[in-house]
Design a protein around this ligand. Structure first.
Ligand code: COA
Length: 325
C-alpha cells in the first residue's frame, strides 16, 4: 500500500521585509536582489515567536486539512536548520505544544533538503505498518542566524513553516519514489561554524561572527543546479518516467535562476514549475511544503497530479521525490 499526504498546512509570520527595507540597512538594491535571486520580499518572525511556534501553526492547519484529531498522530518529524535549541529537539517541543506528550518526536538536520528527507523517513516508518499518521513539518527562522551586516546572505533568507500529515493511501495517491544524497566533503561551502562543540560560542567566535551562516554563494549555485538536475533525472529513470509525465515541479525556493536552470535541464516549461521565492525568499526546510500547500490552496496543484519535489542544501544534501497528490 502507498503512503500519501493526507493534508497540508503552512504558516508565515506577519512581518514582511521588502528589498526596499533592506536597501535602508545594507549596501544593496531591489534591482540587484530581484535580478540575481528573484526575491522581492520575505517574512520575519518576532523575537518572541520561535521556530516551534511557526511549526505548530503550520501543523494545526495540516491536521485540520487531513481531517484527523491531533491525538491520531503517532510520530513527529521536524526538519529544521534553525531549531529552538540544540536540544531538546524542536520536534519534541512541537509535540508538547500540540498536546502530544508521549508521542515520539525527532529533528532532521538536512538543511534545505530537510523536508524531502523527512518525508522519505516518514514513508519508511509508515511502510512498516506500525503507524497510522506521521506529522512531518519543516520550520525555519533563518533571520535569527544570518548576519545583518552581510549583504551576500542577509537578503536571501526568510522565516516560515510548512507541514504535512502522512498516512496509508486509500486511493491511487501516494509517494511513487525518492532518491536522497549527501556529501559532507562540501560541508564548508554552506555552514554555521560556531554554536556546536567544534567552535563553542565565546567572545572570539562572536567577534568573528562565526555564529552566523557562512556561504560560498557562487559554488553553491553551480552545485545546486547540477545536483538537483542529476537527482531528478536519476529518480525519473528509476521510476521509468520522463518529465513530460510530471504535472508540476516543486523545487526548493532558493533562487529563481537555479529554478529556471533546473526547469531547462528537465525540459519542463516554467508554467509547470511552482515558484514563490519572490514572496518568501529561501525558507530552507520550509520552502517545499509552503510552496506545495500554497499551490494547492490557489487551485494550481490538484488531486491526482503527479509532482516532483527536488531540493539542495547544507550538508551538502540533495534529493528528489515523485508523488501523486
Ligand atoms: N547586493 C548587492 N551586491 C551584492 C549583494 C547584494 N545583496 N550580495 C553580493 N553582492 C556583490 C558581491 O559582493 C560581488 O561584488 P564584487 O564583484 O564587487 O565582489 C557581486 O555582487 C557578485 O557577487 P556574486 O556572489 O558573484 O554574485 P552571484 O551572481 O553569484 O549572486 C548569490 C550571489 C548569493 C545570489 C548566488 O550566488 C546564489 O544565489 N547562490 C546560491 C545561494 C543559495 O541558494 N544558497 C542556499 C542553498 S540551499
Amino acid at each position: 500500500m502507498k503512503v500519501a499526504i493526507k493534508g497540508m498546512g503552512f504558516y508565515v509570520p506577519e512581518e514582511v521585509v521588502t528589498n526596499f527595507d533592506l536597501e535602508k540597512i545594507l549596501d544593496t538594491s531591489d534591482a540587484w536582489i530581484v535580478e540575481r535571486t528573484g526575491i522581492r520580499e520575505r517574512r520575519r518572525a518576532k523575537d518572541t515567536e520561535l521556530t516551534s511556534d511557526l511549526a505548530v501553526n503550520a501543523s494545526k492547519m495540516a491536521i485540520k486539512n487531513a481531517g484527523i484529531d491531533p491525538t491520531d498522530i503517532d510520530f513527529i518529524i521536524c526538519a529544521t536548520a534553525s531549531p529552538d535549541y540544540l536540544f531538546p529537539s524542536t520536534g519534541c517541543i512541537v509535540g508538547t505544544k500540540l498536546g502530544l506528550g508521549g508521542v515520539p518526536a525527532v529533528d532532521i538536520a538536512a538543511g534545505c533538503t530537510g523536508f524531502i528527507y523527512a518525508l522519505s523517513i516518514a514513508h519508511g516508518l509508515l511502510a512498516t505498518g506500525n503507524l497510522k499518521n506521521v506529522l512531518v513539518v519543516g520550520a525555519e527562522e533563518l533571520f535569527k542566524i544570518v548576519d545583518p551586516e552581510d549583504r551576500s546572505t542577509y537578503v536571501l533568507f526568510g522565516d516560515g513553516a510548512g507541514a504535512a500529515i502522512l498516512g496509508l493511501s486509500e486511493d491511487d495517491s501516494g509517494i511513487l519514489g525518492w532518491e536522497l544524497r549527501a556529501d559532507g566533503g562540501y560541508g564548508e561551502l554552506l555552514m554555521l561554524p560556531a554554536r556546536g562543540v567544534a567552535l563553542p560560542l565565546n567572545q572570539e567566535t562572536i567577534e568573528k561572527k562565526l555564529h552566523y551562516v557562512k556561504m560560498k554563494g557562487n559554488e553553491i549555485f553551480k552545485l545546486a543546479v547540477r545536483c538537483m538536475g542529476d537527482v531528478s533525472l536519476s529518480l525519473l529513470k528509476k521510476l521509468g518516467m520522463n518529465s513530460s509525465q510530471l504535472d508540476w515541479i516543486v523545487p526548493h525556493q532558493a533562487n529563481i535562476r537555479i529554478i529556471q536552470a533546473l526547469a531547462k535541464r528537465l525540459d519542463v516549461p516554467m508554467e509547470r514549475v511552482i515558484v514563490n521565492v519572490d514572496k518568501y525568499g529561501n525558507t530552507s526546510a520550509a520552502s517545499i511544503p509552503i510552496a506545495i500547500c500554497e499551490a494547492i490552496e490557489e487551485g494550481k496543484i490538484k488531486k491526482g497530479d503527479v509532482v516532483l519535489l527536488v531540493a539542495f542544501g547544507a550538508g551538502l544534501t540533495w534529493g528528489a521525490m515523485v508523488l501523486r497528490i
